[in-house]
Structures are given as C-alpha cells and as structure tokens.
Design a protein around this ligand. Structure first.
Ligand SMILES: NC(=O)c1ccc[n+]([C@@H]2O[C@H](COP(=O)([O-])OP(=O)(O)OC[C@H]3O[C@@H](n4cnc5c(N)ncnc54)[C@H](OP(=O)(O)O)[C@@H]3O)[C@@H](O)[C@H]2O)c1
Length: 380
C-alpha cells in the first residue's frame, strides 16, 4: 500500500499509542531527559478543567531560538549555521525551538541537519503550526533574507496541523516532536490584525483539539501558543487545555509588565509553564542596534536601556547575562530561548546563565523603577 500524507500520520499515531506502553518513539513522558519535570494536566470535564494527569515542563533553563538559523535579520551560510548548532550542543544546550515560518523551512532543515543523528532522548525540540509551505521560486519576505523557494498559507484546522507536524518531522529528519506551538495567532500579526479572532475560532475547533489528541496519544508531550501578545494566550486558557506558552517580546528586562501582571498569574493557577522568546529584545540587550522586528526604536525603551547600561557598568555586570537570567528567574518560566546565530553566541549565552550578578544591581534597577518591583530576580 502506498503511504499517503494521511495514512503516514495515522501510522505515526498508532505507533505513538503503542509507545504509551513501550517508549519506542521517545515520545512517552518517561522517555525524556532525566531532569524532566511534570505537573498535573487539566482536562475539560463538565465545562470546567480538572487536574487528571501529569503535565510536561521543559527541563532546561536555557534553549536555542531558531529565528537566526532561518536567516532572520541577516543571511547566514550553512556552515555557520551548523557550527552554531554544534557550538550550542558543546556548550550544553539541549532545548531547541524552531518553526516552519523561520526562513520558510530553512531553520528546521538546518536544525535537523545537526539533530537527526542524535538520540531523541538527549534533547527537547519545539516547532510550530499554523502556516503551511508550498513551493514558489520567486517568493521574498522582508523578515527572511536570502533565497526562500517557498511561500506560505495559514491553516489552523485539525488537518492542517497534522500536515504541518508531518512536514516538520520530514524537514527535521527526526522521529518525534516534544512541543508544538500554534504560531502567530495574534493581533500583532500583520497578515491578520483584528481578523485574528476569526483565525482563533478555527484554531479552537481545529488545531487545539488536534494537538490535545496528539498529546493524549503520546505523539507530542505538550502544546500551546507561540505569540507576541498576551490576549490569545489568555483566551486559550479559557477555551482549551494548553501546557505551555511561548511568550515572545513580552518578558524582557525592558518590557515585562503585562506578562508579569496578567499572563503569569493565570498560567500559575493552571500549572501552565512559559518559554520566554526574544529575551534579548531581538538583539538590543546583547548590544545590537535593533529592537524587536518592526524596525522601530521607541524612545521610552531606549532611555530605559541607556540607564540600565550605566547601572550595569557601575556594578561590572554584563547586561546580556542579566537579561537572560532575568527572563529565566520567574517560577512559571521553564526556559528562556535566545536566538543564536554563531557558535560563539551559543557559548556566551550558555555561560551567561551562571554569571554572578550582585543583588545590589537588581536592587538598583528596582529603586530606579527600571524593572517592576514585584518581578522575580535571580537568586545569587
Ligand atoms: N511568536 C513566536 O512564537 C516567537 C516570536 C519571537 C521569537 N520566538 C522564539 O524566540 C527566539 C528568540 O527570539 P529572537 O531570536 O527573535 O530574539 P532574541 O533572542 O531576543 O535576540 C537574538 C539576537 O540577539 C543577538 N545575540 C544573541 N546572542 C548574542 C551574543 N551572545 N552576542 C551578541 N549578540 C547576540 C543575535 O543577533 P544577530 O543575529 O544580529 O547576531 C540574535 O539573532 C526565536 O529565535 C524564536 O525561537 C518566537
């Protein structure tokens, strides 16, 4: 019998159900890295969400973000990308986040080039769903540099999600995914704007149910949203049973109030964890002349950054290290995932997590009202 897209996923699903008993695909909870931790999962029952089984949490405080490997911000050659992966691995990084969107498949191909030879139990990987790729020789996009060869269309249906997962596995060349995020279903997505609410309804009836089923079948360990605003994540907590949110651009040294006051407490109540995306504000906090993705540099952010830099210099603190440790400090945060372009950045960012930062530095940032008083800061 020929293997069509649909029965390929069906086969995987049957295999994964068996893996719930015998962990052959590396996709059962106990097939994971030794320090993996789990908390009770909440599933819908009579209109409310009741704790029933164990919820997965990424066991690595720092991971590697895959935007730069997709030629985000600048073009990078394959050799440098492979060296960045090797550098991350050698430094000790074992959590990798990517997306079909990052370079229209390029980031997944590059990560997979490195990871496909590794034992799946040795690392954690997340990718995303919501956009399907199709061949287009001439397509260009301002976010992604270099030749793309693919274009994209949105699909948040159950079928679209299954196809996306299958496409990602094939691009990555690995046997299983750990986490799947529903990507960029958010009012800041320029393709959607206010229409994100309509896409959300499709995802609520399609993607969210399909991913919950994949988790129940043991195909994936966890799912959530990967978004740059808090509304869609808050909404998802109302209507579904996510495990983890990739909250990007919302929790950094220079901007963290909404996550801190709204999303984090709501997640804590439900034992949902957070992965922090864009912890370096897309480069600013690592000394780059760039703040996030729209090409703008808001004056209030730049003023805050200048004051922080002065205080960091006075305390002999490396601001990049402070930025990474700050984002990993809250209890609800499972991991922070700086984007990494080179082996050197990988080594530096991993080392940042154990850099000594005096308590007086954090105290001064709070005294000067540069960070929120109630923000958790790293313990020495
Ligand atoms: N909606 C979503 O789901 C979403 C949105 C955004 C991000 N994310 C995830 O979060 C990850 C991180 O976000 P991001 O990559 O956009 O931004 P980021 O982590 O805040 O910043 C990454 C950039 O900072 C620079 N950098 C990193 N380490 C450095 C070092 N040691 N020294 C000097 N410069 C350094 C690099 O700039 P250069 O490239 O210029 O060298 C790198 O590309 C992404 O890769 C992605 O996995 C998800």
């Amino acid at each position: 019998m020929s293997t069509t897209r649909r029965n390929f996923i069906h086969t995987l699903t049957k295999g994964a159900a068996a893996a719930a008993i015998t962990p052959v695909l590396g996709s059962s909870l106990d097939g994971l890295a030794p320090e993996s931790s789990v908390t009770p999962i909440i599933t819908e029952s009579a209109g409310s969400f009741e704790p029933t089984k164990l919820r997965y949490r990424v066991p690595h405080k720092i991971g590697m973000g895959g935007v730069a490997l997709g030629n985000g911000f600048a073009e990078t050659d394959d050799t440098t990308a492979l060296q960045a992966m090797q550098g991350a691995w050698d430094a000790g990084i074992r959590y990798f986040d990517t997306s079909p969107w990052y370079g229209l498949g390029l980031s997944e191909r590059r990560m997979g080039n490195f990871l496909h030879g590794k034992d799946k139990k040795e690392y954690v990987i997340s990718t995303k769903v919501g956009r399907l790729m199709y061949p287009d020789a001439d397509f260009t996009h301002p976010l992604w540099k270099g030749r793309l060869n693919f274009n994209y269309k949105y699909d948040y249906t159950a079928d679209g999600v299954r196809r996306s997962v299958e496409d990602s596995l094939l691009r990555l060349g690995i046997p299983a995914l750990d986490i799947v995020f529903i990507h960029d279903l958010s009012p800041d997505n320029g393709d959607m704007k206010d229409k994100w609410v309509e896409y959300f309804k499709v995802a609520q009836n399609g993607a969210m149910k399909a991913l919950t089923k994949m988790r129940e079948e043991g195909l994936i360990k966890a799912w959530g949203l990967g978004v740059n605003t808090i509304e869609p994540a808050m909404q998802t907590l109302e209507v579904a049973d996510p495990d983890v949110f990739l909250s990007a651009t919302q929790y950094s040294l220079v901007k963290h109030k909404d996550d801190l006051e709204v999303l984090f407490p709501a997640c804590e109540k439900r034992d949902v964890s957070i992965i922090v995306g864009a912890p370096l504000a897309a480069g600013l906090l690592a000394g780059k002349d760039r703040y996030l993705y729209a090409g703008e540099k808001p004056k209030d952010v730049m003023d805050k950054y200048a004051k922080m830099k002065k205080i960091a210099t006075a305390h002999k603190v490396d601001l990049r290290s402070a930025a990474l440790q700050f984002t990993a400090a809250p209890k609800v945060v499972a991991s922070t995932i700086p984007g990494i372009r080179t082996a050197q950045q990988a080594a530096e960012n991993y080392a940042s997590m154990s850099a000594k930062i005096p308590v007086d530095f954090w105290a001064e940032l709070k005294k000067e009202k540069l960070i929120e008083e109630r923000a958790e800061v790293p313990k020495v």
